[in-house]
Design a protein around this ligand. Structure first.
Ligand SMILES: *[C@@H]1O[C@H](CO)[C@@H](O)[C@H](O)[C@H]1NC(C)=O
Ligand SMILES: *[C@@H]1O[C@H](CO)[C@@H](O)[C@H](O)[C@H]1NC(C)=O
Ligand SMILES: *[C@@H]1O[C@H](CO)[C@@H](O)[C@H](O)[C@H]1NC(C)=O
Ligand SMILES: *[C@@H]1O[C@H](CO)[C@@H](O)[C@H](O)[C@H]1NC(C)=O
Ligand SMILES: *[C@@H]1O[C@H](CO)[C@@H](O)[C@H](O)[C@H]1NC(C)=O
Ligand SMILES: *[C@@H]1O[C@H](CO)[C@@H](O)[C@H](O)[C@H]1NC(C)=O
Length: 455
């Protein structure tokens, strides 16, 4: 075997994850330039030899006994700089911004007890690992941990940069917390679309180091596949378009690598790094519109009552169905779709003031069925639509069951009253004769009886 072949073999072996790694020249132990031991010498890892993905970066942090990976950076000399969190990490989550919280103290990782941790502490952790603010924190969400031991209670104010900067008090330790009460944490999305009336359209921004900036893709561009990943991650349906935005000026951006959101990986796993760019991009997703609302308004008693679902009308009453939508875009139209088990019909009205009124006279059994409003609008050179919840309408001959029950109770009480009055009358008649008859009571009882039977 010649010298070159031997070198090649050694290089191949040393590129495995079992490489000896270290971070140097950082402001703390878990931050710095990544170096790898190569034939006995420490050499910086060059950025073109680095697999820029979450798995490899997370692996490096883990190997260095640091916490979660927070960001990646290229240094001046094309080296790789990694920022890992020192002593917090989320484990067993679906992405880097969720999981069970573990804190390192005295060189070992342990879970934190739910009762020693609150929303302000959660804010600090989410910030520390470079994710958005906390959306959920609860116990036993990300796998059952053994009961947290030697627990410390955290007293964060919420503005600290690291959990270990918060005041801690030692709690009673062992057995103070049962299994299933380990803190699980979900930090919210660290990306959003901005600049449009909808959260599902606009320029992509990412939150990192407490700063929202536009996002640019390293050595690549936003195509429909990557746009689809963005729309899906935001729960905004599918991608309609992605285009360069008109403005063209150099600004600070967060750079990400395209493979961080491809191959099923989550956008949250992207590790942004600092840089400048000229271009920003506008995304449009299919879930652009909010859901319209549907109301029933009937005027039987002169007062309009709008109810959201499961409405009942008295036969013969005039009614209207109102479709409306939270103002996002001007114009558009509302289509009212009526369906029964064997029949579908629809009518359309232009949206005036973001709503439309469909009038119906003399409710009959033919009006019974399900109504839905569909809002249609043409924006960004595309047609969009969104559909409301269903409104199920029934038409009854008499009033609602509750009203019937109330009337029945009134009638029964009236009858009871009359019976009692007749009884007392009879007793008085027995005692003092017919001339002492209490006419008021008798007529009142009769009156109420007549009134109720007339109902
Ligand atoms: C990410 O990096 C790991 C480790 O280097 C590698 O095994 C994996 O294939 C990479 N994944 C992607 C999607 O590039
Ligand atoms: C840290 O660990 C060492 C050795 O395992 C132990 O002696 C020491 O008491 C521990 N300190 C704390 C504060 O738990
Ligand atoms: C319903 O509307 C018609 C006119 O469209 C009116 O003549 C009728 O009195 C109304 N009925 C009720 C119950 O309000
Ligand atoms: C739908 O079915 C009902 C009975 O189930 C029937 O009375 C009605 O006429 C049908 N309507 C149409 C339009 O076929
Ligand atoms: C609405 O009605 C028209 C005919 O009036 C029909 O062509 C169309 O398919 C209907 N649309 C829906 C969604 O039912
Ligand atoms: C639209 O709504 C606003 C307030 O909700 C009202 O002031 C205005 O008169 C309405 N315009 C029309 C055309 O109904």
């Amino acid at each position: 075997m010649d010298q070159t072949a031997l070198m090649l073999l050694l290089c191949l072996c040393s590129s495995a994850l079992s490489d000896e790694l270290r971070l140097v020249a950082g402001r703390r132990r878990c931050v710095g330039r990544l170096e790898k031991k190569d034939l006995g010498d420490w050499k910086p890892v060059e950025y073109w030899n680095w697999d820029w993905n979450f798995t490899s970066a997370a692996g490096a942090c883990r190997q260095l006994h640091c916490g979660s990976v927070v960001s990646l950076q290229i240094d001046e000399n094309y080296n790789v700089e990694i920022v890992c969190s020192d002593s917090v990490r989320l484990v067993q989550g679906t992405n880097r911004c969720s999981g069970r919280l573990e804190v390192k103290t005295n060189q070992s990782w342990s879970s934190v007890c739910e009762k020693d941790f609150d929303l302000r502490d959660a804010k600090v952790v989410c910030r520390e690992i470079g994710c958005g603010p906390p959306s959920v924190h609860q116990g036993a969400f990300y796998g059952e941990a053994e009961a947290p031991v030697g627990s410390r209670k955290f007293l964060c104010e919420g503005s600290e940069s690291a959990l270990l900067n918060c005041i801690r008090i030692k709690t009673s330790g062992r057995n103070s917390c049962s299994p299933g009460q380990a803190v699980g944490l979900t930090c919210s999305d660290n990306f959003r679309l901005v600049g449009e009336a909808s959260r599902c359209a606009g320029r992509l921004e990412m939150l990192h180091q407490e700063e929202w900036r536009p996002v640019a893709v390293m050595y690549s561009y936003w195509d429909m596949n990557s746009a689809a990943a963005v729309c899906a991650a935001l729960d905004c349906g599918s991608a309609v378009s992605v285009r360069n935005s008109e403005e063209d000026s150099e600004r600070p951006v967060w750079w990400i690598w395209s493979h961080c959101f491809q191959s099923g990986s989550e956008l949250k796993n992207c590790l942004p790094y600092d840089g400048n760019n000229y271009q920003s991009h506008e995304f449009i997703c299919s879930g652009l519109l909010v859901e319209p609302l549907i109301f029933l308004s009937s005027s039987t008693d002169g007062v309009s009552t709008g109810r959201k679902q499961g409405s009942e009308l008295l036969i013969g009453s005039n009614f209207s169905i109102i479709c409306s939508i939270r103002p996002q875009y001007e114009g558009g139209s509302f289509q009212l779709i009526f369906s029964t088990s064997n029949y579908t019909q629809n009518q359309t009205l232009p949206a005036v003031n973001h709503s439309a009124l469909f009038l119906f006279s003399a409710a009959g059994h033919a009006h019974q069925g399900t109504y839905r409003c569909v809002y249609h609008v043409y924006v960004f050179s595309y047609n969009f639509s969104s559909i409301s919840q269903p409104l199920n309408l029934t038409v009854s001959v008499s009033a609602s069951p509750t009203a019937l029950i109330i009337r029945l109770v009134v009638v029964l009480l009236g009858l009871l009253g009359s019976v009692l009055v007749l009884y007392f009358k009879a007793r008085r008649n027995q005692k003092s004769g017919p001339e002492n008859n209490h006419h008021d009571e008798g007529s009142r009882a009769e009156g109420s009886l007549e009134e109720e039977t007339a109902v």
